[in-house]
Design a protein around this ligand. Structure first.
Ligand code: PHE
Length: 344
C-alpha cells in the first residue's frame, strides 16, 4: 500500500490536462467511485490497526494533494479554453439584416439618363433654389405669365429685384448650360422640382424631371422626333410608337406633347390609357430663338430642341402605380416591391 501511495504522489507531479474534460478524466481516475485512491481507502479499512495511523495520514494527504492538483489543472484549462474559444456559438444562425433597395424614382431616373448617355448626352445639374431669371425670364416667360404667380411657384424671397424661388422645372439648368458651355450642346438635366400644387393622386408639390437640350447647326424637328422615338423604344420596348400633339411652351416654338402607345393594351384601349391607346409622357419643341438670344447664341446660325418629362409619371406608367403619393411616403411595403427592379 505504501508503494501504491508513493506511486500516485509521483504521478500527480506529472499529471497534465489541457482541457477541463481531461482534468475531469483525471479526477475520475483517482477519486471517482472506482478510482485508484478510492480503492486505497477501501483497502485501508482492512489493514492492521497499528498501521492505520501512519497510512491514514498519508492517505488523507494524498487525497488532499490530488484534489488540489486537479482543481488547479481544471481552472488553468478553463481559462485557456476561454482565451482561445469564442464566447458565442458560431454555429448559431445569424441575424438577417434587411437589405435596402433603390427608390423607384432613382431607378427610373437613372434609366432615362442612361438611355440619353448612350445617345451622347452629358448630364448637367444646377441649384434647386434659383432666381427668377434662370427659371422664367431667360426662358421667354412674359412678365405676367401665370407660372410667375405665387399660386404656382414657391418663392424663397420676394423682396429683391430678382427674387429667389424653388425651380419649377429643370429648364433652368439648360439656361445655365447655354451660358457656360461651348457649342454644340447635348445635355440631360435630371433633378427635383417644386410646384405649389395641392397634393393628390395625380399631383405633388415635389417631383422629379429629366429635361434635355440639344443645340447645334442644322438641328431640325425631325431630329427631335427621332431622338424621342428612340428614347421611347428603349424605355417602353421596341414596339412602341409615338405621336406628337401641338402644344405651347414659352421657350419652344413649335411645341408638342408626346404620347407613347399604351404598353399595357398595345393601342387597343384599357383603363390605364383611358381607352385612347396613348399615354402622355413629355413636352418638347424647338428652342425659341428668344431663348437662344438671351443666352448669347445666334439663332441665325444655331438651332436646337428641348424636351422635358416627369420621372414619377414615367415610373407610374411602367409599373402601373395609380397614386403619385406612394413615391413620397416611404412606406417600406411599397419601396420593397422594387428591390429587384434593376431592369423594368
Ligand atoms: N419645362 C417644361 C415643363 O416643366 C417641359 C418642357 C421642356 C417642355 C422642354 C418643352 C421643352 O413642363
Amino acid at each position: 500500500m505504501k508503494e501504491a501511495i508513493e506511486q500516485i504522489f509521483q504521478e500527480l507531479q506529472q499529471l497534465k490536462a489541457t482541457t477541463q474534460s481531461e482534468a475531469e478524466q483525471a479526477r475520475i481516475r483517482f477519486l471517482g467511485k472506482k478510482g485508484e485512491i478510492t480503492a486505497l481507502m477501501e483497502q485501508f479499512r482492512t489493514i492492521a490497526p497499528e498501521l492505520k495511523r501512519e497510512y491514514g495520514q498519508k492517505l488523507n494527504e494524498l487525497k488532499k494533494a490530488t484534489t488540489e492538483r486537479i482543481e488547479a489543472l481544471k481552472s488553468a484549462a478553463a481559462s485557456a479554453e476561454e482565451a482561445t474559444q469564442p464566447k458565442q456559438d458560431l454555429t448559431m444562425p445569424g441575424d438577417a439584416l434587411p437589405l435596402g433597395s433603390r427608390h423607384p424614382v432613382s431607378i427610373v431616373r437613372e434609366q432615362i439618363v442612361d438611355i440619353f448617355r448612350k445617345f451622347g448626352y452629358d448630364v448637367a445639374e444646377g441649384p434647386e433654389i434659383e432666381d427668377d431669371y434662370h427659371v422664367f425670364e431667360a426662358l421667354n416667360f412674359p412678365p405676367n405669365h401665370p407660372a410667375r404667380e405665387m399660386q404656382d411657384t414657391f418663392f424663397v424671397s420676394t423682396g429683391h429685384l430678382n427674387p429667389l424661388l424653388l425651380r419649377t422645372h429643370t429648364s433652368s439648368v439648360q439656361v445655365r448650360t447655354m451660358e457656360t458651355q461651348p457649342l454644340p450642346i447635348r445635355v440631360v438635366c435630371p433633378g427635383r422640382v417644386f410646384r405649389n400644387e395641392a397634393i393628390s393622386a395625380r399631383a405633388h408639390c415635389i417631383f422629379h424631371q429629366v429635361e434635355g437640350l440639344y443645340i447645334d447647326k442644322n438641328v431640325t424637328f425631325a431630329d427631335l422626333k427621332q431622338a424621342i422615338l428612340l428614347f421611347a423604344r428603349e424605355m417602353f420596348g421596341p414596339e412602341t410608337e409615338i405621336r406628337m400633339r401641338p402644344s405651347y411652351f414659352p421657350f419652344t416654338e413649335p411645341s408638342a406633347e408626346v404620347d407613347v402607345s399604351c404598353n399595357i393594351c398595345h393601342g387597343k384601349g384599357c383603363n390605364i390609357c383611358k381607352g385612347t391607346g396613348w399615354l402622355e409622357i413629355m413636352g418638347c419643341g424647338m428652342v425659341d430663338p428668344n431663348v437662344l438670344k438671351a443666352s448669347g447664341i445666334d439663332p441665325e446660325v444655331y438651332s436646337g430642341f428641348a424636351f422635358g418629362m416627369g420621372v414619377e409619371r414615367i415610373a407610374m406608367l411602367k409599373w402601373q402605380v395609380n397614386d403619385l403619393r406612394h413615391y413620397f411616403e416611404n412606406d417600406m411595403r411599397f419601396l420593397g416591391e422594387f428591390a429587384t427592379a434593376t431592369e423594368v
